[in-house]
Write a protein that binds this ligand. Structure first.
Ligand SMILES: C[S@@+](CC[C@H](N)C(=O)[O-])C[C@H]1O[C@@H](n2cnc3c(N)ncnc32)[C@H](O)[C@@H]1O
Length: 299
C-alpha cells in the first residue's frame, strides 16, 4: 500500500491513484486482489439500478425483432455484465478471485471454471451486453467466459469508433458506467451518442471529485436530460493514502460539495446520474455546483 504523499506504485494522475497495471492482466485476479482491500464496491451499488434501467429500457422496444443492448463503458472484465445477467454478487466475485484456491489455477483453468460458473448462474431474462474498454485482455476474458456478447477496445478519447463499433451502436439502448468517470470524457460520449440509432439512456456512477457537467451538457445536445439525487451518495472505495484523501476533499470542495461525513471519513463517494430522452423528473436544483452538488443538466 502506498505511503502518505507517495502516490504509491499504481501512480497518480490528477491526485487520484491509478491502477493501470491491474487493468491488463489475463484474468480478473489481480484486479480483485488489489481492489478488495480498498473495499471497492461501486458495481454492487449499481447492480439493482442497472437491472431496473435495463428492464425499463427493454420495455420501450417491445415488439422489435431484438431488444436493445446495454453498452458498459470501461467494462474491464465484465463485472457489471456479470452482475446484470447472473445471480451473483460483487462479494461472491471478490471471494472467487481472491480465494487461496483460485491462486493455483492457470488462466485457462480459471476461464473454464468461470464459463461453467456464470452459465449456471445465468438469469432467465438476460439482456445483450456489449463492453467497451481499452484493455484488450480484460474484454477478451469477459467475452470468452460468456459475460459479454460483443467487446470493443476503441479508445474514443483518441479517435473515432471503428466500423464494427459503429455498427454495434445501432443496437445500444442503455449506456452504463462505473469506475470510469475519471477516464472517459465528452469525447467518448459524443462518439457514442452520435452513432446511436435507438433512443439511448445513460446511467453513470461518477465520483464526487469529478464534474459530470460537461458530459451532461453533451448528452443534452443529443436530447437527453440528466438528473441526479444529490442526497443519495454511493461509496466507491477507501482512499489509498492520506495524499489521495486530501486531493479528494479539495476536489469535492472545489465543485461545491461538502466532504463532511463522506470523503472526510476515508472513502470516495459517487453520485448516480441518470439521462433520459424525456426526463420523468425535473433536474434536481442544487445549492452548489457539482461534486455533491450541482444540477448537472444543461447550462
Ligand atoms: C476502475 S476500472 C472500472 C472497471 C469496472 N467498470 C468496475 O467498476 O469495476 C476503469 C477501466 O477503465 C478503462 N479505461 C481507461 N481509459 C479508457 C478509455 N479511454 N475508454 C474505455 N475504457 C477505458 C480501464 O482499462 C479500466 O478497465
Amino acid at each position: 500500500m502506498a505511503g502518505p504523499g507517495s502516490g504509491g506504485p499504481e501512480g497518480v494522475e490528477g491526485g487520484k491513484s491509478r491502477f493501470d497495471d491491474i487493468y491488463c492482466g489475463p484474468d480478473p485476479r489481480a484486479y480483485f486482489r488489489r481492489l478488495a482491500p480498498l473495499e471497492y464496491e461501486i458495481p454492487h451499488h449499481a447492480q439493482p439500478v442497472f437491472r431496473q434501467a435495463a428492464t425499463e429500457r427493454a420495455a420501450l422496444d417491445e415488439g422489435s425483432t431484438h431488444g436493445p443492448a446495454v453498452l458498459d463503458v470501461c467494462c474491464s472484465y465484465g463485472i457489471n455484465a456479470a452482475l446484470l445477467n447472473h445471480d451473483v454478487t460483487l462479494a461472491e466475485m471478490c471471494e472467487r478471485y481472491t480465494s487461496p484456491g483460485s491462486r493455483t489455477l492457470s488462466t485457462a483453468e480459471l476461464r473454464a471454471s468461470d464459463k461453467a460458473f456464470y452459465a449456471a448462474r445465468r438469469r432467465p431474462d438476460p439482456v445483450p451486453v456489449f463492453g467497451l474498454d481499452v484493455s484488450a485482455p480484460a474484454v477478451q476474458y469477459a467475452l470468452e467466459v460468456g459475460l459479454l456478447d460483443a467487446a470493443f477496445t476503441d479508445d474514443l478519447e483518441q479517435g473515432s469508433p471503428s466500423p464494427r463499433l459503429r455498427s454495434a451502436l445501432a443496437d445500444v439502448g442503455l449506456i452504463t458506467l462505473t469506475g470510469g468517470g475519471s477516464y472517459v470524457t465528452v469525447r467518448t460520449f459524443t462518439a457514442l451518442l452520435t452513432g446511436a440509432r435507438r433512443p439511448v439512456w445513460v446511467d453513470a456512477f461518477v465520483l464526487r471529485t469529478v464534474s459530470y457537467q460537461p458530459i451532461a451538457r453533451t448528452l443534452a445536445v443529443h436530447g437527453l436530460t440528466t438528473t441526479v439525487d444529490v442526497s443519495r451518495t454511493y461509496p466507491q472505495r477507501l482512499f489509498t493514502d492520506e495524499r489521495e484523501q486530501r486531493y479528494a476533499i479539495a476536489a469535492v470542495r472545489a465543485l461545491g460539495g461538502d466532504p463532511t461525513a463522506h470523503e472526510e471519513n476515508g472513502r470516495f463517494y459517487t453520485l448516480h446520474y441518470e439521462s433520459r430522452p424525456d426526463a420523468p423528473r425535473q433536474p434536481v436544483s442544487r445549492p452548489h455546483r457539482d461534486g455533491g452538488g450541482a444540477a448537472p443538466g444543461p447550462g
